[in-house]
Design a binder for this molecule. Structure first.
Ligand code: AGP
Length: 608
């Protein structure tokens, strides 16, 4: 989620590092910084904002430096400001580190350092690692990095420099990519090949658990246990644009396929299915208020509203707490009644949506406890709510929200389980759902393998200009979200409805060959939805169904079927939405639409 660049060689490191950061900026960042070794000293320059802000802050008249590291941050721990920006230094100021990933046990390590008299200056997990390396440093940087990493739990891609060893960069990887670029009397390290392509196409991909010592004339790779590892030099064959897209044609498709990893990141450090526990640090100080809340109100816009609606069903069905969902644009103006012990939960990817911000202010004005479920750390909404939970799904570039929706539903599911266990949910019931939630990322990969089949269905219907999406229960919000996806990127008029609503008017729309998408997975309204499918088929509609693996009964009724793995009904939206995302994506591409930047739309609606 963050960008790392390092250089050691015979050219001016500062300009190479800045250019490298610019190559990584496409993924959206909130702060940046670099560290340079020069004349036995270490210079660190950091700033909130974009690379241009960093560039403006640098002194371009200093003597050249030939070694340095740089970083663009997508904040996960701590607001996006200068003090939290990377590189982070140890207490001596002689060591600097940049990091991509999440140190899960940073709080334990921070307490250890405090006992050793070492205080951190920032809110970040990364600074704890820099301080730990400084604590172990005794003249051998590589050894200090190795020792510190043996105490770390979590994921990292790091690059470290030390003023007392001005000829080397030490890098290490576990769960976050790192690539070494091989040059002529110079070498580079980066989190993404895009930062290397201007200098070399010869690269080494570090593997998890490997450490590299990089100098201007070579590199050495070892394991965390100091065992040597031989690496093959590989050739980058991608163009720069292909690299930014990770080989995908559009960011939206890349983000759809990132969903298993994005969800795993959102669960990390929070869901312990083995122990049967949910840990949500961001709201822990309000546990009492949440447990005694008499009513919850979800408020959001667009896709986030649909996620909130799923949360409503989950809270009432599983946690047995009263909950309702409101469009933020309506909530903010209708003078809502907010009684004592009401909790408002604002859901937003960007944290900047003007209607959702206004709804938060209205709720606070009326005395509610307000939580924020946001993806962008340090966003306005995250700063104006009383507490919150970050989605941790990484930057979402495509205007049509996909992995953020998954992150919102996953966090709401964990919050619902957290509340359920403090009400009527037994440990065994909670364990069943937690274990199922933990399996979802792997099950998502099975659903993603349907992409070619979904493309063939899109090829049959992409010329149709009117579609219906129908679902019941937890899959009713999925019908709304599926309709929104195809609407916003392919400009087709699509409507999502509770399937039972068909007989109250919309069934008049059914015409010969009209595509009607049903989410018809196994659940407590399964027989009813089969009846709705019959209603559509008998009037000439073409039925495209999302169904549960192994359900052959529904196959006979439908024209096309996408099977998803079975899972508990409250978790089905995390799987049933994926075929609808892919159906919208392929349809939009076939219609020649601009998938990542659809007409009339913005990624964040910051104006009324
Ligand atoms: C969803 O694909 C759209 N981009 C839009 O509906 C979006 O969900 C809505 O504007 C809310 O944005 P937010 O999550 O950043 O608040």
């Amino acid at each position: 989620m963050c960008g790392i660049v390092g250089y050691v060689g015979h050219r001016d490191a500062q300009s190479i590092l800045v250019e490298g950061l610019k190559r990584l900026e496409y993924r959206g960042y909130d702060s940046a910084g670099l560290a340079l070794l020069r004349d036995g000293g270490l210079t660190v320059v950091k700033t909130a904002g974009r690379i241009a802000a960093l560039e403006a802050k640098l002194n371009w008249n200093l003597p050249p430096s030939y070694i340095g590291i740089a970083h663009t941050r997508w904040a996960t721990h701590g607001a996006p400001n200068e003090i939290n920006a990377h590189p982070h230094q140890d207490a001596s100021g002689r060591i600097a580190l940049v990091h991509n990933g999440i140190i899960e046990n940073f709080d334990t390590l921070k307490k250890f350092l405090h006992r050793e008299g070492i205080e951190c200056l920032s809110e970040t997990d990364t600074e704890v690692l820099a301080q730990l390396i400084g604590y172990f440093y005794d003249g051998d940087l590589e050894k200090a990095v190795r020792t510190a990493l043996n105490d770390v739990q979590g994921t990292y891609g790091i690059a470290v420099v030390c003023a007392d060893e001005p000829d080397k960069i030490v890098a290490a990887r576990k769960g976050s990519p790192l690539i070494i670029g091989i040059g002529e009397n110079e070498n580079l390290i980066a989190s993404d090949a895009a930062a290397l392509l201007a200098h070399t196409s010869q690269v080494i991909y570090l593997a998890d658990g490997e450490i590299a010592k990089i100098t201007c004339d070579g590199f050495r790779t070892t394991t965390l246990d100091a065992l040597p590892v031989s690496k093959d030099v590989e050739e980058i064959e991608w163009t720069l644009e292909e690299i930014e897209l990770g080989g995908y044609e559009h960011f939206m498709l890349k983000e759809i396929f990132e969903q298993p990893d994005a969800m795993r990141d959102g669960l990390r450090g929070r869901l312990d299915a083995g122990a049967g526990t949910i840990t949500l640090g961001g709201i822990s100080k309000f546990t009492r208020e949440l447990v005694h809340a008499k009513r919850f109100i979800m408020t959001a816009c667009g896709t986030a509203f649909h996620a909130g609606l799923i949360g409503e069903y989950f809270f009432e069905d599983v946690a047995r707490v009263p909950c309702e969902t409101e469009y933020a644009s309506e909530f903010r103006y209708r003078n809502p009644i907010i009684e004592d012990q009401t909790v408002v939960i604002a859901v937003s990817q960007s944290g900047e949506t003007v209607d959702t911000l206004a709804a938060v202010r209205e709720a606070k004005e009326k005395g509610a406890l307000v939580l924020g479920l946001v993806n962008v750390v340090g966003s306005t909404l995250s700063r104006e709510t009383d507490a919150g939970i970050y989605l941790h799904v990484g930057p979402e570039i495509g205007v049509a929200s996909t992995k953020a929706f998954i992150g919102q539903v996953a966090v709401l599911s964990m919050l619902g389980l957290f509340l359920g266990r403090r009400h009527h949910l037994s440990q065994s019931q909670a364990n069943h759902l937690m274990q199922a939630l933990d399996r979802i990322p792997d099950q998502m990969k099975e659903v993603l393998s349907l992409s070619d089949q979904i493309l063939s269905v899109a090829q049959q219907y992409h010329h149709q200009n009117n579609w219906l999406y129908l679902g019941r229960g937890y899959n009713y919000p999925v019908a709304l979200e599926g309709a929104l996806k195809i609407k916003e990127i392919s400009y087709i008029h699509a409507e999502g409805l509770p399937a039972a609503e068909m007989k109250h008017g919309p069934i008049a729309l059914i015409s010969e060959g009209m595509p009607v998408v049903f989410i018809a997975t196994k659940g407590n309204q399964y027989e009813k939805i089969l009846g709705n499918i019959h209603e559509v088929k008998s009037r000439g509609g073409h039925v495209i169904a999302v169904a549960t693996e192994g359900d052959h009964a529904v196959r006979k009724l439908c024209d096309h079927i996408f099977y998803v793995p079975d899972c508990p009904e409250p978790l089905q939206p995390l799987l049933t939405i994926i075929p609808l995302q892919l159906l919208a994506y392929h349809t939009a591409v076939l219609r020649g639409c601009n998938v990542d930047k659809p007409r009339n739309l913005a990624k964040s609606v910051t104006v009324e």
